[in-house]
Design a protein around this ligand. Structure first.
Ligand code: ZN
Length: 294
């Protein structure tokens, strides 16, 4: 796809110490998604958060409220998290997507399946210590299968998230088993800052993944960069035909001052245009990926 898919990664579990504009409440997330959409994003990715403290929330009602609010002010593709980092309990991980699927106004359209189990450890280089030492993000095949089944039953489509070469080797078997479907949307995770568990956010880190992207699959691939700037790598991604998934959830983008997500998206649009790629509309994304109309 020539047009550039921009997935705005709105908030993850980011605090406001470095990033005062990271949205937490449903209204903030919806306003942020609409502004990012106006700036050129076509997909809105969000995590529910406590509106006052920013603590992670798994409350299905809150996810429904967010989706409803996003749809009231924008046509962005709705992409909630699938409980990353919050719980190993399957019902908790997918409960909100199931509930969202009960009504067209709250339905999720995509939901991320992380195709690897991995440490997620934050190394604080200045203090010389790991901030987290015991956290493992668990995604065995049986869990992927169950999550995919739940996502499909809720009227959404699993998107694939690759953390490493092993994730990419799983794509064909998972498509053969019907866990994933073509046309597939795939995001490649790079990790920077103090997160050392993924490929580094460099051309070599990206190339190492792309070398093992199976040929012959009907897919669109994008790149996200957890813990560092994706803008630094945007040209390398765009040159190779990839899409961009970025926002304040991954990195405060202090290089730009104290930006909003829309301002970060605007920079991604500039990079895309420099490569002759106009931002894709949400409708173009739905058509390309075969998603049900919103
Ligand atoms: Zn997320």
């Amino acid at each position: 796809m020539d047009e550039l898919i921009i997935d705005v990664r709105q908030n993850e579990y980011t605090g406001r110490e470095r990033s005062p504009h990271v949205p937490w409440s449903p209204e903030e997330i919806a306003r942020d998604a609409a502004a990012a959409r106006d700036a050129g994003a076509s997909i809105a990715h969000f995590h529910a958060r406590d509106p006052l403290t920013g603590a992670p929330s798994t409350d299905p009602a809150q996810y429904c409220e967010i989706a409803r609010a996003i749809r009231a002010s924008s046509d962005a593709v709705v992409l909630p998290t699938l409980g990353a980092g919050v719980s190993d309990d399957l019902d908790v991980r997918i409960g909100h997507v199931v509930r969202m699927g009960r009504e067209p106004a709250t339905r999720a359209e995509l939901a991320p399946l992380d195709l690897a189990s991995t440490n997620v450890s934050f190394w604080d280089a200045r203090a010389g210590r790991f901030v987290t030492e015991d956290y493992v993000y668990r995604n065995p095949v049986a869990v992927l299968r169950a999550l995919a089944r739940g996502v499909e039953a809720a009227g959404a489509r699993p998107m694939a998230v690759a953390w490493n070469v092993g994730s990419l080797r799983l794509l064909e078997p998972l498509i053969a088993l019907g866990v994933l479907r073509e046309p597939l949307y795939l995001e490649l995770t790079l990790t920077g800052g103090g997160v050392l568990d993924g490929h580094p956010p460099t051309e070599r880190g990206l190339e190492a993944l792309l070398d093992f992207l199976p040929g012959g699959l009907d897919l669109e691939w994008g790149v996200l960069c957890f813990g560092a700037s994706l803008l630094d790598l945007a040209d390398a991604v765009l040159e190779r035909g990839g899409h961009l998934a970025l926002g304040l959830g991954d990195h405060p983008y202090e290089e730009l001052g104290k930006p909003t997500n829309a301002e970060v998206v605007a920079r991604a649009v500039e990079r895309g245009r420099a490569h002759g790629r106009e931002p894709a509309s949400p409708q173009q994304v739905r058509e390309r990926l075969g998603l049900a109309p919103a």
